[in-house]
Design a protein around this ligand. Structure first.
Ligand SMILES: [Zn+2]
Length: 175
């Protein structure tokens, strides 16, 4: 099994926490996941541009008409038309520009960063905080074992991160 990274991301794609807020959140994360893990260290990163973090997302929801665009055909598993549309749109996204794209569902233009993914799988953000294979504590939903893929921090712990960062956050596991 590959190593996995757990991340907390701010959910407003354009939000930048202040250096003080970032530091406070990092200090709290060190309490939540206290021991150095295999590679040591934590990730606390504010990028200049908006990044798409996450993986395994198979669909995205149009912010305008709320159509869920699925990237694979149900029967064959082949890349769908929406999938091809996304591959093209995503190439631009790598430039980290909040570009406008035309939606295949309702043919209106929208900012790519306004597209909505399943928040447990992916999201547009500037800020990421986490660790590779974080270790456990009573702050995680599963207290007995180390956190593993799909185990989340308790809601009250997430509320604390939101307070420290001044923004709503979501949790992701990335391989
Ligand atoms: Zn639409």
């Amino acid at each position: 099994m590959g190593e996995r990274t757990y991340s907390i991301i701010t959910t407003d794609p354009l939000y930048s926490p202040t250096p003080e807020q970032q530091q406070a959140a990092l200090e709290f994360f060190k309490i939540v996941s206290p021991l150095p893990n295999a590679r040591g260290g934590y990730c606390c990163h504010l990028s200049k541009g908006v990044q798409l973090l996450g993986h395994d997302y198979e669909s995205v929801t149009c912010p305008l008409c709320k159509t869920r665009l699925v990237f694979f055909e149900k029967e064959s598993g082949e890349r769908s038309e929406a999938g091809h549309w996304w591959d093209k749109a995503y190439e631009y996204e790598k430039d980290y520009q909040p570009i406008k794209i035309t939606m295949p569902c309702c043919h209106t233009k929208t900012q790519i960063i306004d597209l909505k993914f399943d928040p447990t799988l992916a999201g547009f953000t500037k800020f990421e905080l986490g660790a590779l294979e974080p270790n456990g504590s009573e702050y995680w939903e599963n207290e007995e074992e180390c956190p593993y893929y799909g185990v989340w921090l308790k809601p009250e712990v997430i509320a604390k991160f939101e307070q420290l960062l001044g923004s709503s956050v979501s949790q992701l596991w990335q391989s």
